[in-house]
Design a protein around this ligand. Sequence first.
Ligand SMILES: [Zn+2]
Length: 284
Amino acid sequence: MRIFDPHIHMTSRTTDDYERMYAAGVRAVVEPAFWLGQPRTSPSTFADYFDGLLGWEPYRAAQFGIVHHCTIALNPKEANDPRLTPVLDLLPRYLAKDRVVAVGEVGYDDITPAEDEALARQLALAAEHDLPVLVHTPHRDKAAGTRRTLDVVRESGLPPERVLVDHLNEMTVGMVEESGCWMGFSVYPDTKMDEDRMVAILKEYGPARTLVNSAADWGRSDPLKTRAVGDAMLAAGFSEAEVETVLWDNPVAFYGQSGRLDLSDLTPDPNYAGNTILRGAPRA
Ligand SMILES: [Zn+2]
């Protein structure tokens, strides 16, 4: 099984995770810029973080046979700190870089005027830089927050196929389906979406515009949840081609719209790279 995790915060994960992800079939990841848990107090720490997402982390991932790209943004939570508003002025410099495949994560956390402003400005930047957008939906007040998010996306004039709306569940999937945006699901160990609920949603809505991610970060999370969904899909009677659509083709199609997704480091035949020669072999 060949897996592309379209949303995972590898900065917070260990090399053990990279090894286990590779063994499970993960060959590519996208790491969205997000909140690091500890609130930041100045824009320059964002520049260091963005540089890490573009330099150190892809290098680290490559040691384990995984291709790493990122998305860049001022996250919704920290958009509320006025000291960090200048981060928005840093973004154009980063959105021009080769490994940046979208603007993100943007969206709402508490739905404040400051978040409104940051979201609108970053949707405009996406249009300007001709990049797709990864949109986070709030964990509290999910239905209202998602509806509001979709309204703002619509008003931005971005084509829906350039927008991935993430962290969906049974309550919010329908409205995103109708919007024409891509549908993202974060599968967590014990909260929100799990692999069985994910399979039920896939049965209802189909694999065509659905992406599944682990959203693994510094909190309780599991970088192998993408694989768990693939296994659960097969057990439920989905074909291998349908699993490949969700776990590989859809992330490639979505982020490929940036024109910057470079998977050329991957050996073309996935069986060769994935399951025979390299499995278990030591890598320098
Ligand atoms: Zn995230």
